[in-house]
Design a protein around this ligand. Structure first.
Ligand code: ZN
Length: 270
């Protein structure tokens, strides 16, 4: 499942293809993903010029000179294919630029989404309104965490997964950041010290930056005709490593809560 780093590297991979380009054609090849494609999508996007690409939480944003923003979410299995040699059955949205580049949004399970709205209204879009600060942005600080977590008895892990606390962090990177910071995932959020909260801000940056850097390096391979944006192999220290040794000499453990696995080291996470 694409997490924030995959969305970030996807946006970075799409940027050189789309930035400043006029879209020669935008075609939907079925009526819906998780929900219907906007009926005016093809008409509004075809002939428009892309003026900016960005990311908010796990959404990618493509702005045009017509005052529209197309917002995509990769869901469980979505990915953009760059200059595919042929269009495949699960390529549900196909974009061609005036330069002859082609992008295909491929999503076999169709949990993704594509929306279109006036750029001026994006900040007020319901999925964005309640979002907390970006984990890599200036608003994600120890002071912010201290303010929103103070007195909370829910676990620090549950709170870091809460999109109102910080936007776009998923299970994998929360497990990794808690491990790097030496904070037990189940610790009540209000009991995590200011020093540890500051350390958590740093480790969230570290694990996300490392994943984005890993994705960025794989982007160099996209000369191949069926290059795909969005997925890359990663090395995790605890995630998916139950029973394996931790660098501290302990052993990685796992527990399940609300259908989600937490991987952690009982020796170095307190
Ligand atoms: Zn350990």
């Amino acid at each position: 499942m694409p997490e924030l780093p995959e969305v970030e590297t996807t946006v970075r991979g799409l940027t050189p293809v789309l930035q400043g380009q006029r879209l020669a054609s935008v075609v939907t090849r079925r009526g819906d993903l998780r929900r219907p494609f906007p009926p005016e999508l093809a008409q509004r996007m075809t002939g428009a010029t892309v003026t900016a690409l960005s990311r908010r939480a796990k959404y990618g944003l493509i702005e045009t000179d017509r005052g529209d923003t197309m917002i995509f979410h990769l869901g469980m299995s979505g990915r953009w294919r760059v200059d595919p040699a042929e269009v495949l059955p699960h390529d549900h949205l196909v974009i061609e630029t005036g330069e002859g580049r082609r992008l295909a949004l491929n999503d076999p399970r169709r949990f993704g989404s594509v929306d279109l709205m006036p750029t001026a209204e994006v900040a007020g879009w319901p999925p964005f309104v309640a979002l907390g600060p970006e984990p890599l942005g200036p608003g994600f600080t120890a002071a912010h965490l201290e303010r929103v977590l103070g007195g909370r008895t829910a676990s620090i892990k549950q709170m870091l997964l809460d999109q109102r606390v910080v936007a776009g962090l998923g299970n994998i990177y929360v497990c990794e950041a808690l491990h790097e910071a030496g904070v037990r995932a189940s610790r009540p959020a209000g009991q995590v010290s200011r020093v540890k909260l500051a350390r958590l801000v740093e480790t969230v940056h570290e694990v996300l930056d490392a994943a984005i850097a890993a994705g960025g390096s794989s982007l160099r391979d996209y000369a191949r005709p069926d290059g795909e944006l969005g997925y890359f192999s990663k090395q995790f220290k605890v995630y998916g490593r139950e029973g394996e040794p931790c660098a501290c000499g302990g052993k990685v453990a796992r527990y399940v809560e609300g259908g989600r696995s937490t991987f952690w080291c009982p020796k170095c996470q307190r």
